[in-house]
Design a protein around this ligand. Structure first.
Ligand SMILES: O=C(O)C(=O)C[C@H](O)C(=O)CO
Ligand SMILES: [Zn+2]
Length: 278
């Protein structure tokens, strides 16, 4: 499991392109038949990917060593959304069939977790976010229909999009993890502009369903010290609570957001006026 240290905003503003990428960008999350995990000291979120092709991908018991527990989810909860073909997640012997764009919440205390694809020619790809947890909430599948949708923006501003909230208190209880997927309408390329920070939560954005030669300019930094990252298909960005997070694509894309921190109040955002951005 790769470890990323937390970073001060004063340090971040001194970094060059490579420095910013090393700190904030997660470039590779999906490798055939492997589990990839990146542990960030920013609110101890773990971002991961599992792409079972010919064989299942199992969460090894030994991962508990890295969290100082007997097993990985002894004191953690995990959310996953499948961005590939139809797949399944087997949690302590119970199989959950998870189709494309369906999600699964896996509660604290779950021991044996295995990711599978139903068809190796169209492998499942499970993007995941995992956070410390204090209470065991039930493991539950969440479909796109369950996820509470919110459509906002408009075509005149190239930002018409629908936010599907999979893991939010209105849908199911979690300890702190919030997770969802935002789909842009055809021709809309901007997400989350006007932008915001949220001092009380960090966030990770994961961009996917992008053409190979397409990219997203992901905006980050303090509102008066903006920087950008060039992000490609299936890459993720860590956004500390002091950083805005917003992006514009050169082509179509979808993204998954995940947040952890003080509260689970989705609208609790520190909105940044367009006139205040630098
Ligand atoms: O398109 C958007 O706007 C979003 O998806 C915003 C994220 O959900 C977010 O940043 C929540 O804090
Ligand atoms: Zn946000």
């Amino acid at each position: 499991m790769e470890i990323r240290q937390a970073i001060h905003s004063e340090h971040a503003k001194t970094l060059d392109t490579q420095g910013l990428r090393d700190q904030f960008l997660i470039e590779e999350l999906f490798v055939d038949n492997q589990l990839k995990l990146v542990h960030s000291h920013i609110d101890r979120i773990i971002i991961g990917g599992a792409q079972p092709v010919e064989e299942p991908v199992t969460v090894p018991a030994a991962l508990g060593k890295q969290t100082g527990t007997d097993f990985f989810l002894e004191r953690r909860e995990l959310g996953t959304i499948n961005i590939g073909g139809p797949g399944s997640v087997v949690v302590d012997g119970t199989r959950h069939d998870i189709d494309t764009h369906e999600g699964l919440y896996i509660g604290k205390g779950s021991r044996d977790i295995q990711f599978e694809s139903q068809n190796p020619d169209k492998p499942a790809a499970f993007y995941m976010a995992c956070a410390p947890a204090h209470q065991a909430h039930p493991t539950r599948k969440v479909t796109l229909e369950d996820a509470s949708p919110q459509t906002l923006g408009d075509t005149a501003n190239s930002n018409r999009r629908t936010i599907y909230k999979y893991l939010v208190p209105d849908v199911l209880p979690t300890c702190q993890l919030l997770m969802g997927m935002t789909r842009l309408e055809e021709g809309s390329l901007w997400n989350t502009m006007p932008c915001h920070t949220h001092e009380r939560r960090m966030e990770a954005y994961f961009y996917f369903d992008m053409a190979d030669d397409s990219l997203v300019f992901h905006m980050m930094g303090e509102p008066q010290e903006t920087r950008h990252l060039v992000v490609r298909n299936r890459q993720a960005v860590l956004s500390p609570s002091w950083s805005l997070h917003s992006g514009v694509g050169t082509g179509s894309y979808t993204f998954i957001w995940a947040m952890v921190g003080e509260n689970q109040t989705f609208p609790d955002m520190d909105h940044v006026a367009m006139s205040d951005l630098r």
